[in-house]
Design a protein around this ligand. Structure first.
Ligand code: GLC
Length: 678
């Protein structure tokens, strides 16, 4: 029965491909570059059946097996995919085209990637291990270009990293790129960074060293230089319908009533007037980033082909950029609308069919109740992983207030979620810190949102007495009083100020804080991701102010060139890079050696009866560990009372009780329970 169904799917696929090929030559769309399925590592094409009685060749057998695998996956998901697609688009020929393209991309996927898909399908929790450690970086900052990154694989291994996030590298116009988040061609690498062949070589080299590669898929918008945008601007109706074009302000005005602004200062409003085209176009982000209209099935299909093209270049993780924004409806905030989830679910199904080894990482920079739905449900999952963004912001709130209570609540919320949900934990990333905290809780403590944001922004600029932090505001909105914050971990911990003032005591305390924050981040449930440069305590880089293309965007303060001279300093005993790098190295190796650090281990917080001290416990089987973190510049005692045996301090090897633990200023402990004696 199942066999019959699979055979039916294979022959239907072949017919769809033939039909789509015929249709391709007819439609205007076929002329767009997007429809090209150029894949440098193309595998075998579908074989044509031999006449009965002749012996099939080896390649034919392989192709037959591959078709079989595709058909099995298709059989598993086709009903749901078709249902979702038809519900959204009610367009069966576009659906047929999608399926045939999926088949083509599947057949073009190279054998190594298919083997990895198969291996991961056997062990779908392959990324739940205690060895997962990410690092994100800009290719040019880190190593000049893609070939340069290939030459730095040894360094990545030295950092214990087995997952790299290559920041946006696709073609994007200089000066109008939003750090690469305005893509002009989804199948072309920025010339200064390399080309698609270099990308494939890089992913292959990473895979040989068991390093996973992640990239951004910027699906909410294209650059105004994208071919579709150019043709839309020139008045071609087909392409205008791929964006939101209006020849008067009526509809934009209605959107503006309910849609908040992403960049209220650097790019106010959600529409841009195009004088040459005589139209407004929707631009939620910068004016040169045109929102795609996913009501048009052509947009969805073509973007899925781009997605599959990129996964076939060897991506292991696809970061879906700005995913909450991809569906728009008048009268709403145009964020997190139900149809966003339909699209993400379809994307998940498409990858489960074509490239099941690929993980989807959703970028949802929102409060926890908005983030969690992007995991989907256990039966109908959407993203594999999401950023733990509220925890990150709450961490810095804790640094500034020396009060762990809000952080503890936040960790309790995350820890109470199903263990299948995998979060990415981080201290800093390429973006600003928006102070998205749980203000409902803070209000109950008498803390007002606007005043508190102001306090945090003052604190991290080093304006209040007890702060040594350095950094800058981002998108300060004088109307609402809102502002976000930019700076590197090391500068926010005080290392920049301490070095500038040659203050040894301050430097020591800042390094300790930096180490403690990393130790705490590694203790959280999920996968830790380092921001490149943090492993050697890289400071803010103010050179962006001299660059006319960047000076308006203070996020570049923490997007400086990798300071390889700091890497050289790792060997200099007592230097900041040495102290940070070696501490991280020890923690990363310990983390890998203990099963209590698996992503799906039980994780909970323990009351320390001390406002400034946080305790996180983790357990897997009979292995239990405790992490105790002092967020204060004063020595403190964690009044914990774990009476279940003796513990070992994992850093010194000293045996101790986990009761009334004295903990130095900005210090931490990682304790492991010892097996009961006798
Ligand atoms: C994401 C990126 C951010 C960019 C925005 C628009 O939020 O992280 O850097 O500005 O998308 O693409």
């Amino acid at each position: 029965m199942i066999k019959k169904q699979e055979e039916r799917i294979v022959s239907a696929m072949k017919k769809k491909i033939a039909d789509a090929k015929k249709a391709d030559t007819k439609t205007a769309d076929a002329k767009t570059t997007e429809l090209k399925t150029a894949e440098p590592k193309a595998g075998k094409k579908v074989s044509t059946r031999k006449a009965a009685g002749t012996k099939p060749k080896k390649e034919e057998k392989t192709a037959g097996r591959e078709e079989q695998v595709f058909a099995e996956r298709m059989a598993k998901y086709e009903d749901e995919l078709k249902w979702l697609y038809m519900e959204l688009y009610d367009n069966s020929s576009m659906y047929a085209e999608l399926c045939s393209k999926m088949y083509e991309f599947y057949m073009e996927r190279n054998k190594d990637l298919k083997a990895s898909d198969a291996e991961r399908a056997e062990n779908p929790r392959w990324y739940y291990g205690n060895d997962m450690l990410g690092m994100m970086f800009y290719i040019d900052n880190f190593a000049g270009n893609m070939e340069g990154v290939r030459g730095k694989i040894d360094y990545l291994q030295r950092c214990n990293v087995n997952y790299i996030h290559l920041m946006p590298f696709l073609e994007s116009p200089k000066g109008r790129s939003d750090g690469g988040y305005a893509v002009a061609d989804f199948r072309k690498v920025q010339e200064n960074l390399g080309n698609i062949e270099d990308l494939c070589r890089l992913t292959k080299a990473c895979h040989e060293k068991k390093i996973n590669v992640c990239m951004d898929f910027v699906m909410n918008h294209t650059s105004e230089d994208h071919e579709w945008a150019k043709r839309a601007r020139a008045g071609e109706g087909e392409y205008m319908s791929r964006y939101f074009f209006y020849d008067n302000w009526d509809i934009p005005a209605r959107y503006e009533e309910t849609v908040p602004q992403v960049f209220p200062v650097t790019a106010p409003g959600n529409f841009t007037w195009l004088p040459d085209a005589g139209h407004f176009v929707m631009t939620t982000f910068y004016p040169y980033q045109w929102d795609l209209n996913y009501r048009n099935p052509r947009v969805f299909n073509e973007m899925m082909y781009n997605f599959l093209f990129l996964t076939n270049c060897g991506m292991d993780i696809i970061r879906i950029d700005a995913v909450p924004y991809i569906w728009k409806e008048i009268g709403t905030s145009c964020r997190n609308l139900p149809k966003v989830h339909t699209i993400v679910r379809m994307m998940r199904i498409i990858s489960e069919i074509v490239c099941p080894g690929v993980l989807l990482l959703g970028e949802v920079v929102m409060e926890p109740e908005k983030v969690v739905p992007y995991f989907g449900t256990v039966e109908k999952p959407e993203c594999h992983m999401l950023y733990n963004v509220t925890t990150m912001a709450t961490t810095w709130h804790t640094v500034a207030t020396r009060d762990v209570s809000l952080l503890r609540n936040q960790l309790d919320i995350v820890n109470a979620l199903p263990k299948d949900y995998v979060f990415l934990n981080y201290l800093r990333c390429h973006d600003d810190i928006g102070w998205g905290l749980d203000y409902r809780s803070l209000r109950s403590q008498g803390i007002d949102e606007v005043a508190h944001k102001k306090y945090l922004n003052d604190y991290f600029r080093g304006y209040t007495g007890s702060s040594n932090s350095r950094g800058e505001l981002y998108n300060e909105d004088f109307v609402t009083g809102d502002a976000r914050f930019c700076g590197t971990t090391a500068s926010m911990c005080g290392i920049e100020r301490a070095e500038a003032e040659e203050n040894e005591a301050m430097l020591d305390s800042s390094i300790r804080m930096d180490q403690m924050l990393h130790a705490y981040m590694f203790m959280q449930s999920g996968i830790p991701v380092l921001y490149s440069g943090d492993e050697v305590g890289q400071l803010n880089d103010y050179s962006y102010k001299d660059d006319p293309d960047r000076c308006e965007d203070s996020r570049y303060i923490h997007r400086g060139k990798m300071r390889w001279d700091l890497v050289d300093e790792i060997e200099t005993k007592g230097s900041a890079p040495e102290r940070i790098f070696h501490m991280l190295d020890r923690l990363e190796k310990l983390r890998r050696s203990l099963k209590a650090f698996q992503t799906d281990a039980d994780t909970w917080t323990v009351d320390t009866w001390e406002r400034e001290v946080l305790c996180i416990a983790r357990a897997s089987g009979d292995e239990k560990i405790l992490g105790i973190f002092n967020f204060s510049e004063h020595d403190r005692t964690a009044w914990i009372n774990e009476t279940d045996g003796m513990y070992e301090d994992l850093l010194t090897g000293k045996q101790m009780k986990a009761q009334g633990v004295d903990i130095p200023a900005y210090g931490f402990f990682w304790l492991k329970r010892l097996p009961a004696e006798g």
